[in-house]
Write a protein that binds this ligand. Structure first.
Ligand code: T3D
Length: 264
């Protein structure tokens, strides 16, 4: 599938996906959804892709749903189709990012608003530029947070902050985002993508099975209990211990050298 609404670039096990509608601050339209879904599906299947980086072209990360594409609304009280739009495009996107047993890093180069914030929250690690800003945006246009924000935002920043940010839609600076745990790091604007790609490269050279299973277990742990997770970890550890990478890790330790993992 040829892409117009996104750009993709692969290097050393890292796939960088750039949302590419800079004139609309990379807001979502159906074609962008289709292309992103296709790229993620390919990345999931491609053993050579170890880590993903998602970023935006131009000055924005993503401004959420393209509001100009929602012009033909029926009169108030009539069905709008938004429910179906969420179920067929946004929800599968968020679930795919979470289910994918590969790290996904958001390189947040500018504003993340509405479902653009949800997209960032669904990524595993968030690196923001100093001038990036965040807004829930949903309530400002009379909508409730969607695309996972009611689940993800309280997990990341706590329920009180999540409600405040959702109700007010106030703009959060990159520095405040760092302080409240909304992002992992803040870096100078020109370093956002390089830092994300450097971290991605480091992870891509890691033990892929252990990294993938760690993601699966950590997210499962959020909705589980200690006893269940102790048992679950034992099963996953057996799977990790059967890999060649575990043997290489042990050998490298004994030989006092860096490991050379192959992902097998
Ligand atoms: O089924 C469903 O429920 C649908 C799913 C909904 C999920 C959602 O995401 S709802 C929330 C949608 N997003 C928003 O409400 C954000 C709207 N945008 C803004 O609030 C502001 O643009 C920003 C805070 C993101 C950035 O502000 P600023 O001052 O940096 O830029 P700007 O001047 O407002 O925007 C620049 C251009 O981008 C402008 O176009 P123009 O006038 O120069 O031709 C603006 O219209 C366009 N733009 C920005 N956001 C969107 C957009 N165009 C379409 N859709 C957008 N979301």
């Amino acid at each position: 599938m040829g892409y117009e609404q996104i750009q993709t670039a692969s290097a050393d096990g890292v796939l960088t996906i750039t949302l590419n509608r800079p004139e609309a601050l990379n807001a979502f339209i159906p074609e962008l959804h289709r292309e992103l879904a296709d790229a993620l599906k390919q990345a999931e299947r491609d053993a050579a892709t170890r880590v993903l980086v998602i970023t935006g072209a131009g000055r924005a990360f993503c401004a959420g749903q393209d509001l100009k594409a929602l012009e033909d609304l029926p009169p108030a009280g009539q069905p709008t189709g938004l429910q179906s739009l969420l179920r067929t495009s946004y929800n599968p996107l968020i679930l795919r990012l979470r289910a994918m047993e590969k790290p996904v890093i958001a390189a947040i180069n500018g504003v993340a608003a509405g479902a653009g914030l949800s997209l960032a929250l669904a990524c595993d690690i968030r690196i923001a530029g100093e001038s990036a800003v965040f807004t829930c945006a949903f309530t400002r246009v009379g909508l409730v947070p969607d695309s996972g924000s009611t689940y993800l935002l309280p997990q990341v920043v706590g329920i009180g902050r999540a409600l405040e940010l959702a109700w007010t839609s106030r703009t959060v600076s990159a520095q405040e985002a760092l302080q409240i745990g909304l992002v992992n790091r803040v870096v100078p604007a020109e370093r956002v993508l390089p830092e994300a790609q450097e971290l991605a490269g480091q992870l891509a050279r890691g033990a892929a099975t252990a990294i993938g299973l760690t993601k699966r277990a950590m997210y499962r742990g959020l909705t589980s209990d200690l006893e269940t997770m102790l048992d679950y970890e034992a099963g996953l550890q057996e799977a990790a211990a059967r890999t060649e990478d575990f043997r290489e890790g042990l050998a490298a330790f004994k030989e006092k050298r860096p490991p050379r993992f192959t992902g097998r």
